[in-house]
Design a protein around this ligand. Structure first.
Ligand code: NAD
Length: 363
């Protein structure tokens, strides 16, 4: 077996429908007495209910979380935490709210208790992000990794179906790249495989709508996202993430939709350079994977009604050469060399949504 480094994330995970009810006990167990609850303005009602349920353990509610954590918002929330002498934050929401908790933790070391309500996976990572004057800076710091995470799938039932699908595909992208990462290791690879298995099963069921009638699928998808978050935290992401960051940054494309469109093509690009990872991805995709990893990811996206072409996201062919140029600069470590002409060909195929080549699994 190859040499590797595996660092376990120290978070405690409480998993299951209805487990939000254990939040108060969890704060008691950790010795926190003065929690500041965080949310977006849209999720204030939920946050207020959580705040009230904590009784005297909650000292306030800050509902100003917004996407990409602007420094002004982080500063304002930090001041509220200081003035209330909060000893921890409870971030209830998606990556934006958890990101705000992380920003407070970065400055003041106040621990974060995360209650995720999307599939983004930020709750499992020590990665923080802050945006100043439109420029986003990210980094890693052990202090921002949530101290405990409560995964309560009931909170996901209100996610719009279309958002759940692309958010889940975004999570699969973390698993796919973890399997061929430069620092892949056997432990994280198990999480990554499990993540793909769970999400490939659950997302088509969630795409049929009525998530409240499908509690099993919600919990299964949430489990997959937990695995995906650990995969993201435990390895270095590669070409696929670089392409999505470049497309998102230069063309202002929606995050999860871009991941959904690019993933089959980035996977096909790496197919010959990472055959073992491809085999594992294809098997994990279950019935979708019979024609190989890349084709299987494309079929899964189609099956859940997600966008499969850059054209659907409003991208014009004329924009692609610049994206190929930018994506080739300072590439993330990737199993296959990242070359401009080959990347342009990848983007052109993604533009049309033409299925990637099949690579059937041997029976
Ligand atoms: P989000 O947190 O921005 O939420 C989007 C909107 O959906 C918000 O209005 C929110 O209130 C609402 N919402 C959230 N959950 C809901 C639910 N269950 N029902 C109804 N509405 C709900 O979205 P996101 O995709 O979770 O997070 C995106 C942000 O997270 C980005 O800034 C991204 O960069 C960051 N992120 C960071 C990491 C990390 O490791 N640091 C990982 C993934 C994402």
């Amino acid at each position: 077996m190859d040499r590797f480094i595996y660092e376990a994330a120290p978070a405690r995970v409480i998993f299951g429908a209805g487990m939000l009810a254990t939040l108060g006990d969890e704060l008691d167990r950790l010795g926190f007495k003065r929690a500041l609850v965080l949310s977006t303005p849209e999720q204030r009602e939920l946050a207020q209910r959580v705040h009230d349920s904590l009784d005297t353990r909650a000292v306030g509610l800050f509902d100003g979380a917004v996407m990409h954590v602007p420094v002004e918002v982080a500063k304002a929330a930090g001041q509220v935490a200081d003035s209330l002498q909060a000893d921890c934050t409870v971030a209830i929401g998606g990556g934006s709210t958890i990101g705000l908790g992380k920003a407070i933790a970065l400055r003041s070391k106040r621990p974060v208790i995360a209650v995720p309500t999307t599939f983004a996976g930020s709750e499992m990572t020590a990665v923080w992000g802050l945006t100043e004057n439109g420029v986003k800076t990210t980094g890693r710091d052990a202090a921002v990794l949530p101290r405990a995470v409560i995964y309560d799938s009931i909170l996901l039932a209100s996610l719009p179906t279309a958002m759940a699908g692309v958010s889940g595909m975004n999570a699969i992208a973390h698993c796919v790249e973890a399997l061929y990462a430069i620092d892949a290791n056997p432990v994280i690879s198990l999480f990554a495989e499990q993540g793909i298995v769970a999400l490939a099963e659950a997302l088509p069921q969630l795409a049929e709508g009525k998530p409240l009638l499908r509690p099993g699928a919600l919990a299964r998808a949430q489990y997959g996202c937990w695995m995906a978050g650990m995969s993201l935290n435990g390895t270095s992401m590669a070409l696929h993430h670089k392409l999505c960051h470049t497309l998102g940054g230069s063309l202002n494309l929606p995050h999860a939709q871009t991941h959904t469109v690019i993933l089959p093509y980035a996977t096909a690009y790496n197919a010959n350079a990472a055959p073992e990872a491809m085999h594992r991805i294809a098997l994990a995709l279950g019935p979708f994977g019979r024609q190989g990893a890349a084709r299987g990811l494309h079929e899964l996206a189609r099956a859940i009604g997600a966008p499969t072409s850059l054209a659907e996201l409003g991208v014009a062919r004329a924009a692609l050469p610049k994206v190929a140029e930018l994506a080739t600069r300072a590439p993330y470590p990737n199993p296959r060399a990242v070359e401009r002409d080959a990347i342009l060909a990848l983007l052109e195929q993604a533009l049309t949504g033409e299925p990637p080549a099949a690579d059937p699994l041997d029976d």
